[in-house]
Design a protein around this ligand. Structure first.
Ligand SMILES: CC(C)(COP(=O)(O)OP(=O)(O)OC[C@H]1O[C@@H](n2cnc3c(N)ncnc32)[C@H](O)[C@@H]1OP(=O)(O)O)[C@@H](O)C(=O)NCCC(=O)NCCS
Length: 345
């Protein structure tokens, strides 16, 4: 590891005459081994497989083992992405992790990954944007690459929502799962390739609809906060549902405008996998053909920041994305936050 004072100061890279393009050269995903099915949930709370499938589209989700932390699965996703990209950890300039369930409040999970990967040159930080975490992280990474400050950035979305789930609350515990995904981004001199547009948005007035009350400076951990399940996720599902559809449709419109594209140009739409009905309502609103929408919610539930990068990795590995294809990713989450990216592969 580089220790403070051991790296020679370098002159700043020259500001590029033209922004560099940001291309994704490798992706990887990792989920915990344990599968929790709807039938398992029927034994834990007053619910049914039929209700969960009809209301959410979910059939099973992955749950981490006791003692297994976010960085434990994230590091495997990163190793897969780096192997595909043929990038060595020592070549990474920056690691950005989107997460709200990192290993601990600090140090950042990005720093823990830097150490685990041996990416000694990399700066590292986490981004908290709820389920939009990966999109926020990807967008920040693009700015570092476009300006020539970084050549190689590792962007991660990882979540262990099972660790902050109230397993006695049927309105939330059926929804969430654990997982990790990673993407290696590189600077490219070719214009009109890689990330074509990004869009980020937030509405803090909606924060009360999805939050974890305790564990921060507002309500530090006490016996009472633990007894009252205040270290778990609280959600107003109906309010989130309505905002989610509007937010994802809003992101699509902004992205099309920015990238100067039409809906017909989008080969594959990868929406955040929070609820199949939210995805269907959004695509109906946009009049986007369902056969060009990627869905894996039945296997993983809502993995928050990891959702869209796991989906992107699966879509790529399934051969659904060919060179030249334009893919749009959109998400929404706690904050409230929402946004998206358009990428030409
Ligand atoms: C949570 C969600 C699935 C609930 O679906 P819904 O159709 O809105 O259902 P409602 O909340 O209106 O509840 C309908 C009934 O089902 C019940 N119910 C809730 N969870 C249930 C469960 N797991 N099993 C069985 N019944 C359940 C409710 O108690 C309610 O019963 P009631 O009519 O007797 O009061 C849905 O609102 C949703 O997905 N919201 C968005 C959540 C989200 O995306 N969060 C993450 C953001 S990144």
């Amino acid at each position: 590891m580089t220790k403070p004072g051991t790296r020679e100061p370098q002159p700043a890279p020259p500001w590029p005459a033209q922004p560099f393009s940001t291309v994704i050269v490798g992706t990887g995903a990792q989920v915990p081994e344990r599968i929790l099915t709807n039938a398992d949930l029927e034994k834990m709370v007053d619910t049914s497989d039929q209700w969960i499938v009809e209301r959410t589209g979910m059939k099973e989700r992955r749950i981490s083992a006791p003692g297994e932390a976010a960085s434990d699965i994230a590091v495997k996703a990163c190793e897969k992405a780096l192997a595909e990209a043929r990038v060595k950890p020592a070549d990474i300039d920056l690691i950005i992790v989107g997460t709200v369930t990192g290993d601990m409040l600090f140090p950042s999970t990005a720093c823990i990954l830097q150490q685990k990967l041996g990416a000694q040159r990399a700066a590292a930080f986490d981004v908290s944007a709820g389920c939009t975490g990966f999109i926020y992280a990807l967008s920040i990474a693009r700015q570092f690459i476009a300006t020539g400050v970084c050549r190689t950035v590792l962007v991660v979305g990882v979540e262990m929502l099972s660790k902050i789930t109230d397993w006695t609350d049927r309105s939330t515990c059926v929804l969430f799962g654990d997982g990790a995904g990673a993407a290696v981004l590189k600077a490219d001199a070719q214009p009109a390739t890689g990330i074509l547009a990004t869009y980020l948005a937030a509405d803090g007035t909606g924060g009360e609809h999805l939050y974890m009350p305790a564990g921060g400076s507002r309500l530090p951990a006490t016996v009472e906060t633990v007894q009252q399940h205040q270290h778990t996720c609280k959600m107003n599902g109906n309010a989130i549902f309505k905002v989610a559809v509007r937010a994802m449709a809003d992101a699509v419109k902004h992205l099309l405008r920015q990238a100067d594209l039409k809906l017909e140009d989008i080969k594959l739409l990868i929406p955040h996998q929070a609820n199949l009905r939210i995805i269907e309502a959004t695509t109906r609103l946009l009049k986007f053909p369902s056969e060009r929408v990627f869905i894996n919610i039945h296997k993983y539930g809502n993995t928050s920041s990891a959702s869209t990068i796991i989906a992107l990795d699966e879509a790529r590995k399934a051969g659904l994305i060919r060179p030249g294809d334009v893919v749009m990713i959109v998400a929404f989450g706690a904050g409230l936050t929402w946004g998206g990216v358009v990428i030409r592969f």
